[in-house]
Design a protein around this ligand. Structure first.
Ligand code: CAO
Length: 455
């Protein structure tokens, strides 16, 4: 007849009357030395209490939700292999801070034999991690399942689950007694992720951003976001998450175009207009789009083909005090530069007065975002998905350009040229880098001489 011993709560420091949040074994289960048998949780920490012996659990003396302190009897065990039974025998709790996840702690949580007590420390009040910001997050992953038993997982695995937003009740455990290990959570996340065959739908399971209480570090002011900005945030996230972005940078020599623009100033003023480089770029892009159909396409909803649009409506990002909006200029290919300048001025004015109708912002095949009037040398605009590319314009600059060839011995001179920086972002599922480079090269060529825009 094997010896029977009572397993008690060991020395757990200053903790008293802490709640049992998980019972990891049941009568009839076999436990190994150092295998966790319960998890307890105070307002400061979660920790596992291991078995000091190997044997069979004959009886549990506690229930979920009970409060326990050092010395409380947890279970009666038929001992097969004696270990140190004294409550004082437990090594000191291993702490892991919330700022930096220690791999050792995760290991420990997965491989309970390595350490007797794993402690997950909590900060007072709100913390830098959502998982412990409010009690609700904790309860979510350690909540009993429908059959009343808590998911069987250590603090490290539970915290990992919280970070990924995984409900542990949905994951199956491959550890001893069905214990859910970190690898099981990864397997579960993979099983619920879309298969990702290149379709146009987004992935999911993106870890949430920690909810930080910044007021803990200094004074803060909370400002409500205007609706336009909130809608833009959703659209930008959707685009960014769906389309693998690459940005091709280029520099267009627009010296002649700029001379022409200056010569046209008076004529523009007579029409009550101001010409900017953007108006020439609109025209150049409409020509390039005719030659590069992929750039005016969208991925079909099943991701298996392209829908090429045979119209040349271009979105233009407009900065307003309420946020970014993208009204659409229609049939740019059929309009002259003055007409485009006039229509864009009207749309931008409507945008700033918040008078754009939904139809004013629909139907673009490609977009342009100009920061040239503000500054900067290059940027990475976000594609307005389901469009597949967007052209960013930065500030004109006069730069020296070598008039000769790469054979420097053949001679040449540096000449001042007016350069317009181009930043073409594209959805790499649809457009290859080579095509992007050809597209910006062609746009640059079209901008190098205004005569090209007439042809
Ligand atoms: N380099 C140097 N100067 C430039 C320039 C460039 N690339 N582009 C415009 N300018 C000049 C204009 O000629 C104008 O100069 P003047 O006042 O001397 O005539 C001045 O900068 C202001 O131009 P503008 O911005 O009013 O006009 P625009 O036609 O270039 O642009 C619009 C119109 C509506 C696109 C612009 O006002 C705007 O809102 N831009 C911001 C777009 C934005 O926020 N994009 C970021 C989105 S994130 O991807």
């Amino acid at each position: 007849m094997p010896d029977q011993i009572e397993i008690r709560i060991p020395d757990i420091g200053d903790f008293e009357d802490v709640e049992i949040v998980e019972i990891l074994v049941g009568p009839g289960d076999r436990v190994e030395v150092d295998e966790p048998i319960i998890s307890i949780e105070s307002d400061k920490a979660t920790m596992e209490v291991p078995s000091p012996v190997a044997g069979e659990i004959l009886e549990l003396r506690v229930s979920l939700g009970d409060s326990v302190s050092e010395g409380t009897i947890l279970a009666l065990v038929a001992v097969e292999e004696a270990g140190e039974v004294s409550p004082q025998s437990a090594p000191p709790p291993e702490q892991d801070t919330l700022e930096e996840e220690s791999p050792a702690e995760v290991e420990t949580a997965e491989e309970p034999a390595a350490t007797s007590v794993v402690q997950e420390q909590k900060e007072e009040g709100r913390s830098s991690e959502p998982s412990v910001m409010s009690g609700s997050e904790d309860t979510e992953s350690s909540r009993p399942s429908s059959d009343g038993t808590a998911p069987h997982a250590g603090p490290g695995a539970r915290r990992f689950a919280r970070e990924l937003g995984v409900d542990l009740n949905q994951a199956s455990g491959s550890g001893p007694h069905g214990r859910i290990l970190r690898g099981d959570i990864v397997t579960h996340v993979k099983s619920v992720m879309p298969s990702g065959s290149g379709g146009v739908s987004s992935g999911s399971g993106i870890p949430t951003v920690p909810d930080v209480d910044f007021s803990r570090y200094g004074p803060v002011t909370e400002v409500a976001l205007p609706k336009i900005r909130r809608v833009a945030a959703v659209n930008l996230s959707r685009s960014w998450l769906n389309a693998p972005h690459v940005t091709q940078q280029d520099e267009a020599d627009v010296t002649e175009m700029e001379k022409f623009r200056r010569r046209s100033k008076d004529e523009a003023a007579r029409r009550d207009l101001k010409l900017s480089p953007l108006h020439f770029v609109l025209k150049a892009v409409s020509i390039a789009l005719r030659e590069f159909p992929d750039f005016r396409s969208s991925l079909s909803p099943d991701g298996e083909g392209l829908i090429v649009k045979d119209y040349y409506h271009l979105g233009v990002a407009v900065d307003t005090e309420h946020g970014l909006v993208v009204p659409v200029l229609r049939d740019v290919d059929q309009k002259g530069i003055f007409q485009l300048a006039g229509e864009l001025a009207e749309l931008a004015e409507k945008a700033r007065l918040r008078k754009l109708a939904p139809a004013d912002m629909q139907g673009a095949v490609f977009s342009i975002s100009s920061l040239g009037g503000i500054g900067g040398t290059a940027f990475s605009p976000i594609v307005n998905v389901p469009e597949v590319s967007i052209l960013g314009l930065s500030k004109l600059e006069v730069k020296p350009r070598w008039s000769g060839s790469f054979d420097l011995d053949a001679g040449g001179t540096f000449e001042p040229r007016t350069i317009l920086p181009l930043s073409l972002s594209y959805d790499h599922r649809v457009i290859d880098g080579a095509a992007a480079a050809r597209f910006t090269t062609r746009v640059s060529q079209l901008l190098s001489d205004p005569a090209y825009l007439l042809l």
